[in-house]
Design a protein around this ligand. Structure first.
Ligand SMILES: NC(=O)c1ccc[n+]([C@@H]2O[C@H](COP(=O)([O-])OP(=O)(O)OC[C@H]3O[C@@H](n4cnc5c(N)ncnc54)[C@H](O)[C@@H]3O)[C@@H](O)[C@H]2O)c1
Length: 355
C-alpha cells in the first residue's frame, strides 16, 4: 500500500504518512513491521489494545513523565528484548509518547527505525511529523532532543474514539492555526462546513481534516527542516501568547486551547499595527468562536507581571527580542517584536471584536 503523502526533510530523509480507516487496517499495517519491534505506550494509549503485543513498554501518562527516566525504561526494554540497530521502535500514543519514542530511537544503538502512531488529535496534526524528538529537563520543556523524523506515521482517526473531548478541542486549536497559515481556503471552508461532524469525531470527516491540516504543517517544515531559516517558526503562530498563558495558569489550560487564544491575540496585535486586516482578524475570531473557544478571555491585571516575564522567557527569543508571529495576510506570516503596551492591551484590556 502506497503512502498518502510523503514529507521530505533534512538530507533527503523521508516520512511516509498513511491514513488507515479502521483499527483492523491499522493492525494489519503494523504487523508488517515484523518481530524485531519495541512498542511504547502510555497507560491510556495501551488501553486501545485488548492484547498488548510482545515487547511493550507502558509508561505512565502525562507531561511530567517526559523524562530521562522514561527513556531509560524504553532502552532497557529494548535491550531486554535483545533488539539491535536493525529493529523498529513504534511510538503509539500522544505527543508525549511520540516525542520520547523518537528520542529513544535516535540514541538507541546510534539510531534505529522509528514508526509513530499518534492517538491524540494534537499529535496527529502536529507532533507526529517534523522530526523533533524531546524530553523535558530541570523544569524546562523539550530542553533535550534530537531531529529524528519517523520513517512512517500511521494515522487512524479510529484511535480518537476514547480521547477525552477536551484533548480533542485542544488539538483543534492547532488545526485552526493551520487553516490560517495557508492562502488556500480549503481547510478553513471545511472547518466551517463540517463543524458538527468534526466535534462528534466523525471518523471520515476527522481523517480528511487531519490530512489537510498535516499538509499545511508539511509545507512549512519541508522548506525549513531544521528551523534555521525563520520559515518553520511561522508554525508558532499564537504560541508566544499561548506559552505565557499556560505558564501563568500553571498549566491548567491545555496547550491547543491556549494556542487558539494566542491566535486571536496575535490577530488583534497584527490588526492594531495595520499588518493584519480587520477582515482577517474577524475571520479568525469567528472561526474560533464557532468552535466555542473563550476568545474574550483576558488575564487578570494581577497576573500581568508573571505573564510578561513568561513572554520574555519564550524560547523564540532571537537577538535579544521576542519575535511574535503575525499575519500579513492569510498564509503570509511575518515575525515581529511587539511593544510591551500592545501585548498588555491584547491580553488585559483589549475590547473583543466578536459581536
Ligand atoms: N515533536 C513535535 O513537533 C511536537 C509538536 C507539538 C507538541 N509536541 C509535544 O506533544 C506533547 C503534547 O501532546 P498531546 O497533547 O498529545 O499530549 P499527551 O501525549 O500527554 O496526551 C494527552 C492525554 O491524552 C491521553 N491519550 C492519548 N491518546 C489517547 C486516546 N486515544 N484515548 C484516550 N486518551 C488518550 C494521554 O495519555 C494523555 O493523558 C507535548 O509534550 C509537546 O511538547 C511535540
Amino acid at each position: 500500500m502506497g503512502a498518502d503523502f510523503t514529507v521530505t526533510l533534512l538530507n533527503g530523509r523521508k516520512t511516509d504518512v498513511y491514513f488507515l480507516s479502521t483499527i483492523k487496517e491499522l493492525s494489519a499495517k503494523l504487523s508488517a513491521y515484523g518481530r524485531r519491534v519495541l512498542w511504547v505506550f502510555d497507560s491510556n494509549s495501551a488501553a486501545l489494545f485488548t492484547n498488548l503485543p510482545a515487547n511493550s513498554v507502558i509508561l505512565p501518562s502525562g507531561e511530567k513523565n517526559k523524562t530521562f527516566s522514561s527513556i531509560e525504561k524504553i532502552i532497557s526494554a529494548a535491550l531486554d528484548a535483545h533488539l539491535s540497530r536493525d529493529s523498529v521502535f513504534i511510538g503509539f500514543g500522544g505527543g508525549v509518547v511520540c516525542d520520547m519514542t523518537a528520542f529513544a530511537a535516535s540514541v538507541f544503538m546510534r539510531g534505529c527505525s522509528l514508526i509513530l502512531v499518534p492517538t491524540t488529535l494534537l499529535c496527529m496534526v502536529d507532533a507526529s511529523i517534523g522530526g523533533k524528538s524531546a524530553i523535558d529537563f530541570k523544569g524546562g520543556k523539550n530542553l533535550i532532543g534530537t531531529f529524528y523524523p519517523a520513517k512512517d506515521v500511521l494515522i487512524s482517526s479510529a484511535c480518537l474514539r476514547t480521547l477525552p473531548q477536551q484533548e480533542f478541542i485542544s488539538g483543534m486549536g492547532e488545526v485552526i492555526k493551520h487553516a490560517f497559515l495557508t492562502e488556500d481556503d480549503a481547510l478553513y471552508d471545511f472547518l466551517v462546513k463540517n463543524r458538527n461532524a468534526i466535534l462528534k469525531k466523525d471518523r471520515e470527516t476527522v481523517s480528511e481534516m487531519v490530512n489537510m491540516s498535516l499538509r499545511v504543517k508539511a509545507s512549512y517544515i519541508e522548506r525549513d527542516p531544521e528551523e534555521k531559516l525563520g520559515i518553520r517558526q511561522a508554525l508558532n503562530l499564537g504560541h508566544t501568547f499561548a506559552h505565557a498563558l499556560e505558564t501563568t495558569a500553571n498549566f491548567s489550560i491545555k496547550h491547543g486551547i491556549a494556542v487558539a487564544w494566542g491566535l486571536s491575540r496575535a490577530a488583534y496585535c497584527g490588526a492594531e499595527l495595520g499588518i493584519t486586516s480587520r477582515e482577517l482578524q474577524e475571520k479568525i475570531d469567528s472561526l474560533l468562536s464557532l468552535y466555542s473557544y473563550d476568545i474574550p478571555y483576558r488575564i487578570g491585571r494581577g497576573e500581568w507581571l508573571d505573564f510578561y516575564s513568561s513572554v520574555g522567557k519564550d524560547k523564540k527569543r532571537l537577538q535579544g527580542g521576542v519575535k511574535f508571529v503575525l499575519l500579513e495576510a492569510q498564509g503570509r506570516p511575518v515575525l515581529r517584536e511587539l511593544e510591551q503596551n500592545l501585548v498588555k492591551s491584547a491580553v488585559i484590556s483589549a475590547p473583543s471584536r466578536i459581536s
